[in-house]
Design a protein around this ligand. Structure first.
Ligand code: GLU
Length: 263
């Protein structure tokens, strides 16, 4: 199985975009990336693919909007930043998708929503209806109301839960790294990209996971948790570098390297 075949075979695709991919080096939101990404999504939908986006970046967009980041450790300040940033984030996605003739719809989830059968039924129905209507759902965690007990905590796991909920054929995580390496490639020049993973437990024995990256909350650990969740449901997952130009297209044509998790 290679990545191009997996994408060709998948009709329903959940795509997660991390905060690092959405932020520029100065911490502000990267609208040029969003435009290019929306273009690639439109191209896939024209090829009869159905897409659900899980987008991080509320906090980054909040910082961009307010232009200050003064109370980093204060939960209420972070929640307020997300309330400000989520609007900005959706405004930018709406503008980007609209240029390519697509509408978007926002869904904000918490962990509790996934444990309540009545809510999951409604979440699933809304997702299916949006997609049936040709609208791209854009999901984030409802950060402004989340306290520890109801936090999913990272959008890697949220995207895997979404893929399961929607019965997706494929989950693609875009991060700031080409995939899983034998060691941290930023620190170790001998690190090798692992192209296919069929046994995540075995993988964990052979790699060093390292820390969270600059803006996101996840790091490699939550990506592996997402891969475990998705593959357990028979959904393959691709981890790829969202910063590479036209990455969705290149993955689909077999011209980009990434890691494929499958069982
Ligand atoms: N939900 C958070 C945000 O939009 C990000 C979570 C994550 O980076 O995984 O800012």
């Amino acid at each position: 199985m290679n990545i191009a075949d997996v994408i060709a075979d998948a009709r329903k695709i959940v795509i997660k975009i991390g905060s690092n991919t959405l932020a520029k080096a100065d911490g502000t939101i990267n609208t040029a990336f969003m435009d290019e990404f929306a273009f690639q999504c439109a191209d896939l939908t024209a090829k009869s693919k159905q897409l659900v986006l899980v987008s991080s970046g509320a906090q980054v967009a909040g910082m961009s909007t307010l232009n200050r980041w003064t109370r980093k450790k204060d939960i209420h300040y972070r929640q307020a930043l997300c309330a400000i940033g989520q609007v900005e984030l959706m405004h930018q996605w709406r503008t980007a998708f609209f240029k390519h003739g697509l509408h978007i719809g926002q869904l904000l989830f918490t962990k509790e929503d996934f444990t309540d059968s009545y809510r999951t039924l409604n979440m699933r129905n809304t997702l299916f209806t949006l997609v049936d209507e040709g609208v791209v759902p854009v999901i984030n965690e409802n950060d402004s109301i989340c306290v520890e007990e109801i936090r999913i905590g990272d959008n890697d796991n949220l995207s895997a839960l979404t893929a399961e909920l929607w019965a997706a054929d494929l989950l693609i995580l875009f991060s700031d790294i080409d995939g899983v390496y034998t060691a941290n490639p930023k620190e170790n020049p001998n690190a090798q990209l692992i192209k296919t993973v069929t046994d995540i437990n075995d993988l964990k024995k052979h790699i060093s996971i390292g820390n969270t990256n600059a803006f996101g909350t996840g790091g490699m650990e939550t990506k592996l948790q997402a891969a475990e969740k998705a593959t357990r449901c028979g959904i393959p997952m691709i981890l790829a570098n969202g910063a590479r130009p036209r990455i969705l297209e290149k993955l689909a044509s077999g011209d980009a390297e990434a890691t494929l998790f499958c069982v």
